[in-house]
Design a protein. Structure first.
Lengths: 387, 154, 387, 154
């Protein structure tokens, strides 16, 4: 077996599971309970908050824990938009944001906002000048992801942050895909709101967070008992949050070395895949997450590639996992200017801690054959070869 | 997502390829939508003597293509025209809802291959008898099959 | 140690942890991934959905998994309200709903809805006639909890369901506190939307669900990749959901016997506590959750009681755990007509699987002394004794 | 929630009770809000010779009461009047924000006990000197202390 789908699902680090376990069995106090078990739970939350904060240099703000990156993106964009709609109702987003950002923007559109989606170049880099030009007196928020989970492209968020700040507009950065892969420093980014995800750093699923800079307000989207300073109600998932905290602590310690390791594997993998004829790299050749390999193969379709690899115990994917009902190709690849048939032929490999040289050898034993087999089945291939 | 039967056909597709001197050729789908199929048939005594497919597309597209060729082989043209999308899906133990329309094209491809055969053998009477004039018209105009319109990418 | 705070925090059943574990370490596919690990994850979700559905006789609808009961209540009330606001903008709720229901109603109020809060009697039973009288042509939703987590009172939801159905209005029932304690049967209740909580049945925290009857629509409150049939976006917390499913399976098998056991302990505990002078039961004497004991002690304040018991390793609470900043007493007790000072003097014991006769003996060794000590400190007590 | 020092005072409150023939009595709070305190003092040579408290309230209310009695014992009236809520909280290693106002009443109770003593000993001049006329007025009208108005329950 060789697993190359870390962006869509990560195992939980054993040390994280160990840290979580007591909070499932013994330390079961509710953080809102007055007694000492409640106090312990409260302390565990504070401790996790501190650890996550340390990973992102977040001392100038607070972390609000959520059920994941999607909820954090909703809270950031819908929550900020609805809170400040009297100030202005224009927001700006890149066109390759995750669907949770795009659909949050669309929610605001239905509620009287105007949204400007900024184009990206062929490598997926957002047009910074266009952002600057699009900022109007009624613009209240700019949202740009740190890195794209699908094509791996890293955005010039520092540069964008500076421009946005100069204009006095709030800046949201979705760092779900970059956290634990490259440096996420909310100060250097100049970000006011930053979305974080636990599973992407080998923490449990069902947990995420939103960094909120001091002085920035959002309106909650889930209301109730007033937990998380009133910004996110619902009994806190203590074990999950403790796990996220532990994962953040481990990431801080280990991610740089691991990133270097994965980067080497990535570069080797890209080089070897591109040896297959009529195969191309998607995303930026250098400004790219250390664990991301996104390629396209002419004449064949991604899903059948994934299924063919699956038959050999190799796990890859076509794009960011979301339950697209429309069978449309990834909006990210289309935004990068790929033709639909090119987008349909794309394949995503994301590396993680478990991957080794051997995995790559195993993959490269299988992949050329699979590509060849599917091409032989494809009417497009025959045509292009003069059929 | 897919039934065992779908995966079995995906793993071991029947009748892959192209009949070199085919009597009829049917093409459906559009690479823009992620699906394109080409069916070639050999006909003898109004019976499908041989059939082959080529498909660019997802697992469902490949499995339905394979299934259609298996179902059609040996049938009379009239019988073969009765193979519906529904039937193909049933024989495969069902398809995911979102795959029913876009990736289940092979029956249409077969239909077009039959029309092409009848046209080439100049049997317009038979085309009329079997109610295939509209399909022929579309093919001559180079129109996409219905599915093309479903695909938002076009 | 004796833990009497199960309503605010439950340990996770060991069998549940065992069921969850593989989905944290090996079965890490994303349910939206095409490959076989994705398929396994998808099957695990379906399996959990089936198990939760079985527990509530939910074949006539679907379960949407959420991050907890709070989110499910938000989705039910805000989601239903916003979806059907063209049909009418009046909703009805009992006055002792959980804050997640009350604040969801208030959210709708701010968005053009009118909300009628129905009073309850001294035992916490909602005034059914008043519900019937309050239904107007523009009423679109009635929401009444199945049982109250704080005073344990069980509502006549079947009767209410009938009335609501006759009027053609949708019926939401918050069954978070009752699930796994008494029978929750969505058909008998005649409910269209039912809120479920995982931790209350010894499943993990951070997971809940909303039963949605076929034909009923809600607008999502968290948007993104379109998971959970588009009603709840965000990568599914597979391990957590599997845990919830396992907990539901166990509950179905075991809850009745356990409820009988706890009921006996409860009755003994109530009887023995009421032997302390000037002590009274809150909530209904019979229509009451089998694990709920809520009592008030004249002249003393609840928090100091909780802290005093905590010093002896006994864990109880004052009310439903929410992070009240206002120091106001429980809105539930006030709605039952208690005076503020009575509400302040209330104490909540909730029983669970771990409790034994010995726990009760231990508690009853300590409680009378603690009450006596605090009363001796209280200026009210002295006064009443002719001081 | 609470500091160790708070818990220590909660566990072992100093000076609990009521001085039977007290020279001054101060009552603050309102049971409706969940807090009521009664401070009794014995005064000799304008010095607090003895002090006791009774409190209905939460952990913070009991701990702050205990702390105030400990701080005040032996001080001159003038010194005792300088004990602020802030000081009490500091001495306890801090209080949770939501407990600062409502449950931190004991300094007010002590003030009222002192006013009561001065009034009973007919020392209106001293009351004026110490700027306590307003407090006296409130007490005579049976008005609640400031805290009463904070409490939404009233
Ligand atoms: C950049 C980015 N943002 C947000 C998300 C959403 O994360 P989740 O589905 O865990 O809520 C993803 C997930 O792949 C992502 O890549
Ligand atoms: C009746 C009821 N509904 C909803 C909730 C909210 O549950 P959670 O905080 O787990 O979201 C509770 C929690 O105590 C409850 O008792």
């Amino acid at each position: 077996m060789a697993y190359f789908d870390y962006a869509n699902g990560c195992p939980v680090d054993e040390r994280v599971i160990e840290a979580m376990m007591p909070y499932m069995t013994d330390e079961i106090g509710n953080p809102s309970s007055v007694h000492s078990l409640g106090l312990k739970a409260r302390k565990a939350l504070d401790d996790a908050r501190e650890k996550v904060s340390m990973l992102i240099n977040g001392a100038e703000g607070d972390i609000i824990f959520t059920s994941g990156a999607t909820e954090a993106n909703n809270l950031a964009i819908i929550g900020y938009g609805m809170r400040y709609k009297r100030k202005g109702n224009h927001i700006i987003a890149s066109s390759i944001e995750h669907m949770s950002v795009i659909n949050s923007c669309k929610f605001l559109q239905k509620n009287g906002f105007e949204v400007t989606f900024i184009p990206v170049d062929r490598n997926g880099i957002v047009d910074v000048e266009e952002i600057e030009k699009s900022i109007r007196p009624d613009t209240i928020l700019v949202t740009v992801q740190h890195a794209n989970g699908e094509i791996g492209t890293i955005q010039p968020v520092e540069e964008i942050g500076k421009i946005v700040k100069e204009k006095g507009v709030a800046f949201h950065v979705d760092a779900s895909a970059s956290l634990g892969k490259i440096e996420v420093d909310v100060e250097r980014m100049g970000a006011d709101l930053v979305t974080l995800s636990s599973n992407d750093i080998y923490g449990p699923r069902g947990v995420g967070g939103l960094f909120i800079r001091r002085g920035i307000r959002v309106q909650p989207i889930i209301v109730g008992g007033g937990q998380e300073k009133g910004l996110r109600s619902g009994t806190e998932n203590v074990a999950g949050i403790v796990g996220f905290g532990k994962a953040a602590e481990i990431a801080k310690e280990e991610y740089k070395e691991e990133a270097r390791r994965e980067e080497k594997l990535r570069d080797e993998l890209i080089a070897r895949i591109l040896e297959i004829e009529e195969t191309y790299l998607n995303g930026h050749p250098e400004l790219r997450l250390p664990n991301n390999v996104n390629v396209r193969f002419s004449y064949i379709e991604g899903e059948s590639l994934v299924l063919s690899l699956d038959m050999e115990g190799i796990y890859a994917s076509t794009a960011s996992a979301c339950t697209s009902k429309t069978l449309e190709p990834s909006h990210v690849l289309i935004a990068c200017g790929l033709k639909h048939e090119e987008a349909h032929g794309s394949l995503l490999f994301t590396l993680g801690k478990g991957n080794t040289e051997e995995d790559i050898d195993r993959l490269m034993e299988v992949l050329p054959k699979v590509v060849e087999r599917l091409r032989m089945m494809s009417p497009l291939y025959r045509k292009s070869k003069g059929g | 997502m897919y039934s065992e039967k779908v995966m079995e056909h995906f793993r071991n597709p029947r009748n892959v390829g192209e009949i070199p001197d085919a009597d009829g050729v049917g093409e459906v789908g559009n690479p823009v939508c992620g699906d394109l199929m080409k069916i070639t048939i050999k006909v003898e005594d109004d019976r499908i003597k041989d059939i082959k497919f080529q498909t660019f597309g997802c697992g469902a597209a490949i499995a339905t293509s394979s299934m259609v060729t298996e179902l059609a082989k040996g049938l009379t043209l009239e019988e073969a025209l009765k193979i519906s999308k529904q039937k193909v899906a049933e024989e495969l133990g069902g398809l995911p809802p979102q795959k029913m329309h876009c990736s289940n094209l092979a029956a249409d491809g077969l239909r077009r291959a039959i029309v092409d055969y009848l046209k080439k053998s100049e049997r317009m009477d038979r085309i009329k008898e079997l109610g295939l004039e509209k399909e022929l018209e579309k093919m001559e105009k180079g129109e996409l099959d219905d599915h093309g319109e479903l695909c938002e990418g076009v």
